[in-house]
Design a protein around this ligand. Structure first.
Ligand code: BES
Ligand code: ZN
Ligand code: ZN
Length: 489
């Protein structure tokens, strides 16, 4: 699939032309495009309304009108969805090429740059299909998407949207890959491949031997039950000009979570291949940074492991020691995400010394109960940082909601035999307990923890994502966060 962005000087020959318009106004068509008058009159422009018409002349074989709804309700989310609808429809009618033509009126309502970015993201995200593991892949038939925008700054926005959109697809593919094909070593391989694409990136892969030397007893304890060795992936991005700050992202890369000795019930256990979604998001952010410039040194850490039951696996009650010296009672081997993340966070504090740190993890089932699949839970030690993530969520469409983390919650995870316990002792607030545990490893670095257990897969159908597959959540959010922070003085 090739994706192009250009102006609206002329429409080139295309199998399908998609035009977008708000409700209650006859849609303007590009010069030379003709459809029967009835087709134009019958179209009302309600949100998600579509009408496909054979054209009676001009460079487009067929015309798809897509409604954006009432002008006063126009949002970037609607633009994203409409762009995805266009691409999905093109695929369904087996068009080889589609042109998306967005009226300048949409720019006026939402901002030209933002519309360009949202349309590019919607189109790319809507093109996702995961066919590569089937004997005969059905499609994609669509070979070429051209986004045509009225304004120059829209084209700039589309360039950003192309990077984040492609990075989201990259993350989703990692997510959707089955656990036997996306092992810790495969995550490491993916990280190396990203770094190889950019002069400004390096990938360091810390293996189990090096982890032992560093004292990462907690991370190492999780992989003991698996035949696959664990890794700590460390990606570094250096900006063109002098870095203003060091930003560190940490993603849980549990490529399969059976729970270990505290084994999970078998129903839906297959979904635990998605327990590496935080890691996929961090790799996705770096994939986007291959083509985007941000004024920060960005570090990406992905502790990656399997969590399986075995004679060598962690046992409930075992004691492990993390890199920062804290000892941990492993009271539930299924609360393994925090065991691998805590060593990565402590490593960041000690070796990277970031100005700000955000982790993403499919950490708790409790966040799915609290927030469902449409939102990511946010906890941390810095309200300005949480606010910035919530704002990035609103802009990017990857919604973030604050959850509490109080001193008392930190006390709930203090141990009897060791310093800490990896679950609380029955006080409830399961997602907060996970964050509280992690808080003991971040020192005084401003930090936020994003629990993506709900938002990483299983979301409602929003045209550009949804259904049973992964969402790639986190990529668009964190790239937006970086870009917004980059414009701060
Ligand atoms: N990976 C799971 C969390 C999870 C569960 C994500 C369901 C998505 C859907 C995590 O490792 C886990 O098992 N957490 C436990 C923690 C508990 C033992 C304190 C959980 O949520 O049940
Ligand atoms: Zn678990
Ligand atoms: Zn897990």
């Amino acid at each position: 699939m090739k994706f192009f962005t250009k102006d609206q000087k002329a429409l080139s020959r295309t199998d399908l032309l998609a035009v977008f318009g708000p409700e209650g106004k006859a849609q303007k068509l590009p010069a030379g495009v003709k459809i029967p008058p009835l087709a134009r009159e019958a179209f009302r422009g309600e949100f998600r309304e579509t009408r496909l018409t054979d054209s009676v002349g001009g460079p487009a074989a067929r015309v798809l009108q897509i409604g954006l709804g009432k002008r006063e309700l126009l949002t970037l989310e609607r633009v994203r969805r409409a762009a995805a609808i266009a691409v999905k429809k093109a695929e369904r009618v087996r068009a080889a090429s589609v042109a998306l033509w967005i009226d300048a009126g949409v720019d006026k309502a939402c901002g030209a740059f933002e519309v360009g970015q949202a349309a590019a993201e919607g189109a790319l995200l809507g093109s996702y299909s995961f066919q590569e593991l089937k004997r005969e892949s059905k499609g994609p038939f669509l070979k070429k998407i051209t986004l045509q925008l009225a304004d120059r700054s829209g084209i700039k926005g589309a360039r950003v949207g192309t990077s984040t959109g492609e990075a989201n697809l990259f993350a989703r593919r990692l997510q959707d890959m089955p656990g036997n094909l996306m092992r810790p070593r495969d995550m490491a391989k993916a990280a190396r491949a990203i770094a190889a694409k950019s002069q400004r990136m390096t990938a360091k892969i810390i293996d189990e031997k090096a982890m032992a030397q560093l004292g990462m007893g907690s991370l190492l304890s999780v992989s003991k039950g698996s035949g696959e060795p664990a890794y700590l992936i460390h990606l570094t991005y250096k900006p063109k000009l002098k870095a203003r700050e060091r930003v560190c992202f940490v993603g849980k890369g549990l490529t399969f979570d059976a729970g270990g000795i505290s084994i999970k019930p078998s129903a839906k256990m297959d979904e635990m291949k998605y327990d590496m979604s935080g890691g996929a998001a961090v790799l996705g952010v770096f994939q986007a940074l291959v083509r985007l410039d941000v004024p920060f040194e960005v570090h990406g850490l992905v502790p990656t492991s399997e969590n399986l039951p075995d004679g060598n696996a962690n046992k409930p009650g075992d004691l492990v020691k993390a890199l920062n010296g804290l000892t941990i009672e492993v009271l539930n081997t299924d609360a393994e995400g925090r065991l691998i993340l805590c060593d990565a966070l402590a490593y960041a504090v000690k070796k990277i010394k970031p100005d700000v740190m955000v982790d993403l993890a499919t950490l708790t089932g409790a966040v799915v109960a609290a927030l469902g699949h449409e939102l990511t839970g946010c906890m941390g030690n810095d309200s300005a940082l949480s606010d910035a993530l919530v704002a990035a969520g609103e802009r990017s469409g990857e919604l973030v909601w604050p959850l509490p983390l109080l001193e008392v919650h930190k006390d709930h995870v203090k141990g009897a035999v060791g310093d800490l316990r990896n679950i609380n002792s029955g006080q409830g607030a399961g997602s907060t307990a996970g964050a509280a545990f992690l808080s003991h490893f971040v020192g005084d670095v401003p930090w936020a923890h994003l629990d993506i257990a709900g938002s990483a897969w299983g979301a409602d159908d929003r045209d550009y994502q949804g259904g049973p597959l992964g969402t790639g959540v986190g990529v668009r959010l964190l790239v937006d966060f970086l870009q917004q922070r980059g414009t701060r003085r």
